[in-house]
Design a protein around this ligand. Structure first.
Ligand code: DOR
Ligand code: ZN
Length: 338
């Protein structure tokens, strides 16, 4: 039997939603991860201290006794200023910027993307040392949206050299290349973008449970992402972008975007890194890099993964996970908290 032991695994991009959905999905992440960066795209989005504190409290209630740190984010607004952000800076791990309308619940995001208009708010984030996470897609042709956003990332990185900028859920080779050109650019990569291309989504019968934003790209893009993750590129972190939607919202005309991977993420990552002969690098991808980049000190948790197959449930509540009903090669053997 082969094993991989992980310490303090972190998911640096996670959608937990709210209400009944939160109560279904939060314990699944809290079981095997030490912490996660919680996305603020609720309806309405998390834009003030009060809603942030209340949401963190609801997350804590949903996870019960699990040892798990919800690292909270605020939904970026150009109006944010020093008076608003300074008093809550300690309660925030990052601010998340969405271009308006680009993905689920992002209508209140940034319109037009004029750096001059954003300058005051971004200056405050830089001054307070709050990282800025960005959903980097333009409104262009769907396969080119991320590529077209790279110059915007680069302009931001140059304009705010002291601001930590995280390119969220990157999907193409151009984004990986940009990482190495700017000291203050970092990235998260999902599990699904390491595994699939557009072919798996739409090359045969349409697979709604693999439909997400940004859409999976070409084989050479997946190759570039895999290469960075497997080789423990120090500027890339695991962020699942696990994004649950009820089955009826996925298996429908107007299918909602999002792949639900939280409960299977660690075993599938273990299988992937092991298959490529890089098991020792998984620790960097799922924890060490994020700790370094964000300066986190997550609660202690040890996860033992083994190459014993498991069958993925068809559903968790109303949500269909990636690999539903299929066998995956690895499983979680034990989780211990020190
Ligand atoms: O596929 C996605 N789903 N991409 C996102 O950016 C948002 C997410 C969601 O919230 O459903
Ligand atoms: Zn997301």
């Amino acid at each position: 039997m082969t094993e991989i032991i992980l310490h303090e695994p972190l998911d640096m991009h996670l959608h937990l939603r709210d209400g009944a959905m939160l109560r279904t999905v939060a314990p699944l992440s809290a079981h095997s991860f030490s912490g996660a960066l919680i996305m603020p795209n609720l309806v309405p989005p998390v834009t003030d201290a009060e809603s942030l504190r209340a949401y963190r409290q609801r997350i804590r209630e949903a996870i019960g006794n699990e040892v798990f740190e919800p690292y909270m984010t605020l939904f970026f607004k150009p109006e944010y200023d020093l008076d608003f952000l300074a008093p809550i800076a300690e309660e925030l791990t990052a601010v998340k910027l969405y271009p308006a309308g680009i993905t689920t619940n992002s209508e209140g995001g940034v319109r037009g993307f004029d750096i001059e208009e954003l300058r005051p708010a971004l200056g405050v984030l830089s001054e307070l040392g709050i990282p800025l996470c960005i959903h980097g897609e333009t409104g262009g042709f769907v396969m080119d949206r991320e590529k077209e956003f790279v110059p915007i990332y680069e302009a931001l990185a140059d304009a705010f050299p002291d601001l930590t900028i995280i390119m969220e859920h990157i999907t193409d080779a151009e984004s990986i290349a940009a990482l190495d050109r700017h000291p203050n650019l970092y990235a998260t990569i999902t599990l699904h973008h390491l595994l699939i291309t557009l072919d798996e989504v739409a090359g045969g019968m349409l697979q709604p449970h693999l439909f997400c934003k940004p859409i999976a790209k070409r084989p050479e893009d997946r190759e570039a992402l895999l290469n960075a993750a497997l080789n423990a590129h120090p500027k890339v972190m695991f962020g699942s972008d696990s994004a649950p939607h009820p089955r009826h919202a996925k298996e429908a005309p107007g299918c909602a975007a999002g792949v639900f991977t939280a409960p299977i993420a660690l075993p599938v990552l273990a299988e992937l890194f092991s298959r490529h002969g890089m098991p020792e690098n998984l620790q960097h991808f799922v924890s060490n890099n994020a700790r370094q980049i964000y300066g986190l000190n997550p609660p202690k948790k040890k996860v033992r993964l083994i190459d014993t197959p498991m069958r993925v449930p068809e559903k968790y509540g109303e949500v269909v996970p990636m690999f539903a009903g299929e066998e995956i090669g690895w499983s979680i053997d034990a989780v211990s908290v020190e």
